[in-house]
Design a binder for this molecule. Structure first.
Ligand code: CTP
Length: 398
């Protein structure tokens, strides 16, 4: 089942490291090639001999060994997947902040393949705000966090923080490699984040969009084999993935130009950016000084990118838009589907708990042109991205 797949397994210092021994066995049994890298602390928990015997390969752990040092860039480039299991609090913090004092971290920083982490820690550490912040940073870099389990912990206490079982990780690996082929050869265009419309050299009109939803969509598509052009507005945490090429833009006009020049080549376009509808008619060259009275700002309409692409769309292309609404959600979404000639509209309502700007979760309803609608519960943005891409696959590519 995993024949020919090259998996890198990073093990950091946690009592859960014993589970990684089983994970190596399970992966090897399925035909994968497994290369193990230990953090220095992991060597206190598992033996190099056990892991090299099971993986049938040399186990790496020392950054200052000449061969390993030269190798670390190639390791993360030539592998299909890098799993760090268990992920200790210490390694998590170092990964989140770019520290590079061992081979596992150097390999992580240079990895271009998908990276997954399976945290393992006591419940109090798991609940600490630093842990949550660091995991969110990893998610924002495009890494996938494998959920922890609840149960008995090394401290003797019971609660959340147990590393996922090797069999659960294996099931995710299977799913990843079977799904990962279904967008191979497809080209996609994705927009993400806000646009900033300058008023003067200091000020702009913008919005609260974080771009997390668009980035999650780009990553999902790339993980499933697509080549993705991601057009990202300002402030978006950019992902790293060999299948994603990124163009950063600032204004609605720049975003339109970037989309317009690429649209004809793509099979699929997903417009998740929160594009400004209006832009200042003129941009002051110097900072505008305040005066005694009020101030009028004259705005002109920007181009509606989704609508423009809808007019250019050919029958082989799939065009997906978003609708962010605060009221009359269904009617507004359907009106956008029609007027912009999109194939699908993904609705998120600010009325819904768990949906909105900057959150890591979203709640969506998707409408198509035949009048069908599909509602989904609140999920993480990466799960929502998977739902959207699954639906696109089912409706247009099966
Ligand atoms: N959109 C776009 N270009 C614009 C405005 C919106 O491409 N200038 C796209 C968004 O990326 C999204 C969809 O149109 O896919 C709907 O965006 P939304 O802000 O919900 O709607 P608007 O069309 O701007 O309408 P309104 O603000 O009146 O709700």
């Amino acid at each position: 089942m995993l024949q020919g797949k090259k998996i890198l397994l990073g093990i950091s210092g946690s009592i859960a490291a014993y589970k990684s021994i089983s994970l190596v066995r399970l992966l090897i049994k399925q035909g994968a090639s497994v290369k193990v890298i230990l953090s220095p602390a992991a060597r206190d928990f598992v033996s190099t001999l056990t892991l090299s015997t099971l993986s049938k390969q040399e186990v790496l752990s020392d950054l200052f060994d000449e061969a390993s040092w030269a190798n670390h860039v190639m390791l993360g480039r030539s592998s299909d997947l890098f799993i760090i299991a268990p992920l200790s609090c210490n390694t998590l913090a170092k990964m989140a902040h770019g520290l590079c004092d061992n081979l596992l971290l150097a390999t992580y920083l240079s990895a271009t393949c998908p990276v997954w982490v399976a945290p393992a820690m006591d419940e109090d550490m798991w609940q600490h705000p630093t842990t949550k912040t660091n995991l969110n940073l990893l998610r924002s870099f495009g890494n996938q966090v494998i959920p922890v389990n609840s149960g008995e912990l090394a401290s003797g206490l019971s609660g959340e923080g147990r590393m996922a079982e090797p069999e659960e990780i294996l099931a995710l690996v299977f799913e990843h490699f079977t799904k990962s082929a279904d967008f191979t050869g497809k080209k996609a265009l994705v927009t993400a984040g806000p646009t900033y419309e300058p008023i003067d050299p200091v000020r702009f009109i913008g919005n609260h969009s974080s771009g997390k939803m668009g980035v999650a969509i780009a990553l999902e598509l790339a993980n499933r084999g697509a080549f993705v052009d991601l057009i990202a507005g300002p402030g978006v945490q950019l992902p790293r993935h060999p299948g994603i090429s990124i163009q950063s833009v600032s204004t609605a006009k720049q975003m339109f130009d970037a989309c317009n020049s690429r649209f004809q080549e793509v099979d699929l376009a997903i417009m998740s950016a929160a594009v400004a509808d209006y832009t200042p008619e003129t941009v002051a060259e110097e900072k505008i000084k305040k005066t005694a009275g009020g101030m009028d700002l004259k705005l002109t309409k920007t181009k509606d990118i989704l609508k423009e692409l809808g007019q250019m769309k050919s029958s082989r292309q799939v065009l997906v838009g978003f609708a962010l609404e605060t009221n009359n959600e269904r009617a507004n979404a359907l009106q956008k589907l029609e007027s912009k000639n999109a194939d699908l509209i993904v609705l998120n309502s600010l009325q819904d708990q768990g949906a909105g700007f900057g959150l890591d979760t979203n709640k969506i309803t998707v409408f198509d042109r035949s009048g069908q609608e599909e509602k989904f519960p609140v999920k993480s943005k990466s799960e929502v991205a998977a739902d959207i891409i699954d639906l696109i696959h089912k409706k247009f590519y099966e």
